[in-house]
Design a protein around this ligand. Structure first.
Ligand code: ZN
Ligand code: ZN
Ligand code: ZN
Length: 347
């Protein structure tokens, strides 16, 4: 994440809606990928910022769940990020507005990463064939009157589904303990599921197929059988030599999605570290080996920082040489995708 500041010089977060120093309202302009200090009368009216007039996204105005901005000509409409929504939960139910707010914040971080990596990204309303949409939905665990007893978080045909229960800290921690996981977050889920979406683009690159199979395995492996085996027998004994998480050992598509999400964890966190001058030297996206080494030393510092204030490790994972090769392949795929994206833009 980039480092943002208000016009008055005070630091801002990506999620900020006002400056704690000068009290001006602030918002994120996805076109310039920058926070904008807004000077104007009201939250709903047109507000003036650095490069012209802005208005908060409709979801920001009506529900206070979004700080992204739209231009006056898009007045009263959803922002670039909220346009990716297909389903949101029933807001008349007590905890859902807070859950939705958390979901939006994590989703905006995911979108920031995908845009920063210059990946092709269109919402499914604009492009029904290749676009992406999000369902953020409940089941009986949070709403007993619903028909569905269990809606799983997952990806299918351009739709990322996140169960609203994942936005409940206590429920999510309980699942994390039950599943013996070291990490479970909304952002982690979203980055993982986006990996399934981008896997569908792999068929565009015939020259990468063999390398993919060598690193991740045989794609004909039955998905349901592999997952059933994982849930009954658990991961293989020495999974951590070859897999970034135990879940990654369940099937090669899950391994791919886990590596895809970790590639985003690394690139985004190193961008943040670099913008706050916490890492020495340049973050080299074109040389994954040097990025992985930079990450390894930074991750130790990151974990120590967390431990210093009594929190658990921020990055409880080890990137072995085998895992590094898989992450480097993700990096290669990201760069190929951004090349075709750039070519499409030029056309
Ligand atoms: Zn300020
Ligand atoms: Zn929005
Ligand atoms: Zn998955």
């Amino acid at each position: 994440m980039r480092r943002f500041s208000c016009d008055c010089g005070h630091p801002l977060f990506f999620e900020s809606t006002s400056c704690t120093n000068c009290d001006n309202e602030v918002g994120y302009d996805p076109d310039s990928a920058d926070m904008v200090t807004l000077k104007g009368a009201s939250r709903i009216g047109s507000l003036f910022g650095k490069s012209g007039d802005f208005e908060y996204c409709l979801n920001g105005q009506k529900h206070q769940v979004c700080n992204w901005l739209v231009r006056p000509e898009q007045s009263g409409s959803l922002c670039k990020g909220c346009l990716f929504n297909r389903t949101i939960p029933d807001l008349s139910r007590p905890d859902n507005p807070t859950r939705w707010h958390r979901f939006e914040q994590a989703k905006k971080r995911l979108l920031y990463s995908l845009y920063t990596l210059n990946l092709p990204l269109t919402n499914g309303w604009q492009d029904q064939k290749n676009g992406l949409l999000f369902d953020f939905i409940e089941d009986q665990r949070t709403n007993p009157v619903l028909v569905e007893s269990f809606v799983s978080t997952g990806y299918l045909s351009g739709i990322i589904t996140i169960n609203t229960i994942e936005a409940d800290d206590i429920a999510r921690e309980a699942t994390k303990n039950k599943m013996n996981e070291s990490y479970r977050t909304l952002l982690g889920h979203l980055r993982h599921e986006s990996g399934h979406y981008y896997y569908s683009f792999l068929s565009k690159f015939p020259d990468l197929q063999d390398e993919f199979a060598n690193l991740f395995g045989d794609a004909s492996q039955d998905y349901q059988q592999s997952l059933d085996r994982y849930y009954t027998e658990g991961p293989p004994k020495s999974w951590s030599n070859s897999f970034i998480s135990s879940y990654a050992s369940s099937h090669l598509l899950e391994d791919w999605a886990e590596c895809w999400s970790h590639y985003q964890h690394l690139t985004d966190t190193l961008e943040t570290a670099s913008s706050y001058e916490m890492v020495k030297g340049q973050v080299r996206h074109d040389d994954f080996r040097s990025m992985a080494n930079l990450w390894r030393s930074f991750a130790v510092a990151l974990n120590e920082l967390n431990r210093s204030i009594g929190l658990g490790d921020a990055y409880p994972f080890v990137i072995t040489q085998t895992i590094e090769r898989k992450l480097a392949f993700v990096g290669k795929m990201v760069s190929r995708l951004s090349q075709i994206h750039r070519a499409m833009e030029v056309r």
